[in-house]
Design a protein around this ligand. Structure first.
Ligand code: DGJ
Length: 732
């Protein structure tokens, strides 16, 4: 999979699906040569295009090989030597300089894919599954070394990259920036697609044409954030959902991130992703190393659906770990929107009993079961049962729920502390805070300093005390504010620039310990909805609560955008009550069911308050979901109509062979003289017939003429879910 052409000094990573080529230019500069459609042998024509540009100096000692760094496509660019684009790294030296001149030093090619110490990453299942190239770059003048790791998987159009920066001399250094990957490629007229949004409006898909500019997609919130997801795509002009070239990029990290897309005067595009350098300063003692997070890069010429297929497979197969990898996810009911903080055991058990009758499989007890938490002002940090609400105890509640044949889940917000808590009274220094300053609360709470082992241990001990004595099958791990006053009480002044990243390492350590100790528990990530829906969290929490916005119409955009990178198995989606608690909208049960079933279905309502007809509808939804769970959680998603185009939304979820599918069609607003909807389907078997809506229709017809969608015409918030299956001889 990885070849090195010693004569031309070219590395070629290829697997029949994708090629990635890089080379060592005269002077030892590591240059980007090619990333895209697989080629058999890389002959290196791309190498001839470098030339010097006016007003950009030439690197010293070049001889006849005249090129300027400012237009040389580089793999890990610095600054200070004539490249004026955004640098990938910056290492401050004791002499006051902060420029590093990295040149090729050595390389090695190894089987498999090494783990990234302390950080989540994709993994190989064995030595044959992937191959890794490590190119070591070094600056002998200031003793900085950067080892760039590139992995190619055997059967995926995926390259992963990460970097280890090492201090190779006796002088201490400070890393101010170390991107995980950077590459410069030719992308004339390319468009950028990114997932931006807000609380309750996560991952809306934005598509914009690049011009000569620098675009920064970032978060400085201490979380990947509701606002800007650390994934994005670059697409060729004209790329649609179904056709065209699309590159995908994603950072496997849950904290402060920075993704840079810079188009220069010659329509070359520099793409970079890594830890956000804002506020970041990592001390590198002599001999010490720093590991960056991983960046995933993908290529397809099959449009955005092709991009998604690559990411969905990769995340399901090579990022999600443990028992729930490829495993069915239960249908839960969560009491948050049903009760908020106002519940007791009787109320909970009534919901459980009603939900059980509908076919729900697990009950998740949300916020408010601990300390004296009756609203959001207290008790975070005190993970002991709320004695007034649950006098018989949590273990008892769990036992009764299990006796009814349901699983039991529990909400935690482990990273937070309320000022009104025993933990705060005993350890006021456990939060992130600047000495002498009052500290900014968010939702009346502060962030615990997870960079500290003792703080993590204090929370872990409490969680284990609960989990060791209560049968818990599911944990919803929430996080309801972003960081501020990022200062750790125990670190010296010069190390305060490390806190935000140390926090993330601490968070991952805590999640690793818990998921290892309790392998049977399914963890669901959450951050005020989808404020930390990212690749880093998915390595520990196989599914994530997508948004606090449970309105089915709003969810169309949120789930459509989320699905660009994230598979259905990760998208936790609940049917909630009407009027909806966020928008007061009264949407049809059909629409709510169809949208929530396109992912990991659950319920977010008081099951005791459903009318007879609602109960019947929910029973039907659940029975349908249980029958087709595999398809709906792990099927191949094909987006058909985008809610971002202003009209109806449609998608199709099929099995790998295209022998069965569920089609979802949503029309938020009815209109006069609506168009007849014939929805062209994709990926079916043209030579087979399908049973659909009581008829027999050819796969070729469904993909050609299309499916006549049976939508109620004069109704707002209409939605349908249509199941189709290839007819077998037994059906004749
Ligand atoms: C935010 C979550 O997204 C909600 O689902 C709920 O768990 C609340 N927090 C509880 O405080």
């Amino acid at each position: 999979m990885i070849e090195y052409d010693e004569t031309n000094r070219v590395f070629h990573l290829h697997n029949g699906l994708v090629s990635y080529a890089l080379g060592v230019a005269p002077g030892g500069y590591l240059t980007h040569l090619y990333f895209g459609r697989a080629v058999r042998h890389y002959h290196g024509t791309g190498r001839e295009h470098h030339m010097s540009t006016s007003f950009s100096p030439l690197p010293a000692g070049q001889g006849d090989d005249v090129f300027g760094l400012n237009d040389l496509p580089l793999e890990y660019p610095g600054s200070g030597f004539g490249d004026y684009r955004v640098p990938a790294h910056e290492v401050a030296q004791p002499d006051g300089t902060a420029v590093t001149d990295l040149r090729y030093q050595s390389h090695r090619i190894t089987a498999g894919k090494p783990a990234l110490p302390g950080l989540p990453a994709t993994y190989a299942t064995g030595d044959l599954d992937a191959e890794t190239l490590t190119v070591v770059l070094a600056d002998p003048v200031n003793g900085t070394e950067a080892a760039l790791a590139y992995t190619i998987f055997r059967d995926r159009a995926v390259i992963t990259r990460s970097v280890v920066v090492t201090n190779r001399d006796a002088r201490p250094k400070v890393i101010r920036k170390a991107a995980s990957a950077s590459l410069d490629f030719t992308a004339p007229g390319f468009e950028l697609i990114h997932l931006s949004g807000s609380y309750a409006k996560e991952r809306h898909l934005v598509r914009e044409r690049l011009t000569q500019e620098i675009r920064i997609l970032d978060s400085k919130r201490g979380a990947s954030s509701h606002y800007q997801n650390p994934t994005f795509a670059l697409v060729a002009p004209g790329t649609t959902e179904h056709t065209g070239v699309a590159y995908g990029f994603g950072l496997v990290y849950s904290g402060n991130h920075e993704c840079v897309i810079e188009q220069n005067d010659r329509q070359q595009v520099r793409v970079m992703a890594g830890i956000n350098p804002a506020g970041f300063a990592w001390n590198l003692a002599p001999g010490a190393s720093f590991q960056t997070p991983e960046v995933i890069l993908t290529y397809t010429d099959q449009g955005l659906n092709g991009l998604s297929a690559t990411w969905h497979r990769l995340i399901n197969d090579r990022l999600i770990r443990g028992r729930y990898r490829h495993h069915d996810r239960p249908i839960v009911i969560n009491n948050w929107e049903a009760t908020y903080f106002d519940f007791d055991e009787a109320k909970i058990l009534a919901i459980v009993a009603a939900a059980k009758r509908l076919g729900v499989e697990a009950f998740v007890l949300d916020d408010g079961w601990f300390g004296h938490r009756d609203d959001d002002r207290s008790s975070l940090g005190d993970w002991v049962t709320h004695a007034q609400k649950l006098p018989a105890g949590l273990a008892h509640l769990s036992q009764v729920i299990h006796q009814q044949g349901m699983k039991f889940g529990l909400w935690f917000e482990p990273e937070m502390i309320s000022e009104d808590s025993e933990l705060f009274a005993a350890h006021p220094d456990y939060r992130l805070a600047i000495p002498g300053r009052a500290g900014s609360a968010g939702r009346h709470q502060f962030t615990l300093d997870f960079s500290r082992e003792d703080v993590r241990q204090a929370v872990l001990d409490q969680m284990c005390a609960v989990l060791d004595h209560t049968q818990v099958d599911f944990i919803k791990w929430d996080m309801n504010r972003n960081m501020s006053e990022v200062f750790s009480a125990t670190l010296p002044a010069h190390a305060q620039g490390e806190v935000a990243h140390r926090y993330m390492l601490g968070l991952y350590d805590m999640l690793e310990r818990l998921t290892t100790r309790y392998p049977e528990i399914l963890f669901e990530g959450c951050s005020g909805g989808g404020g930390r829906f990212d690749l880093g969290m998915l390595a520990y929490t196989p599914q994530i609560w997508t948004s606090d916005d449970t309105d089915a119409v709003a969810r169309l955009k949120i789930q459509y955008g989320t699905s660009l990178f994230y598979p259905l198995s990760t998208i936790s989606a609940h049917v909630s009550a009407v009027p909806n608690h966020q928008f007061q909208r009264v949407t049809s049960m059909a629409l709510r069911g169809a949208v929530a079933s396109s992912g990991v279905l659950g319920y977010e309502l008081d099951a005791t308050k459903l009318t007879e007809s609602e109960q019947a509808a929910v029973r039907e939804q659940i029975a349908f979901y249980q029958t087709h769970r595999r398809l709906l959680q792990y099927g191949r998603l094909t987006r058909l109509l985008s809610p971002f185009d202003g009209g109806d939304t449609a998608w199709q979820i099929s099995d790998d062979r295209g022998l069965e599918a569920v089609v979802v069609y949503a029309r938020p607003l009815a209109e006069e003289a609506p168009a007849v909807i014939r929805l062209r389907l994709f990926g079916l078997d043209a030579n087979r017939d399908y049973a659909v809506l009581g008829q027999r229709v050819g796969g070729d017809e469904l993909m050609g003429e299309g499916l006549l969608v049976p939508l109620p015409l004069s109704q707002d918030y209409a939605g349908v879910q249509v199941y189709l299956k290839a007819v077998t001889d037994d059906d004749e």
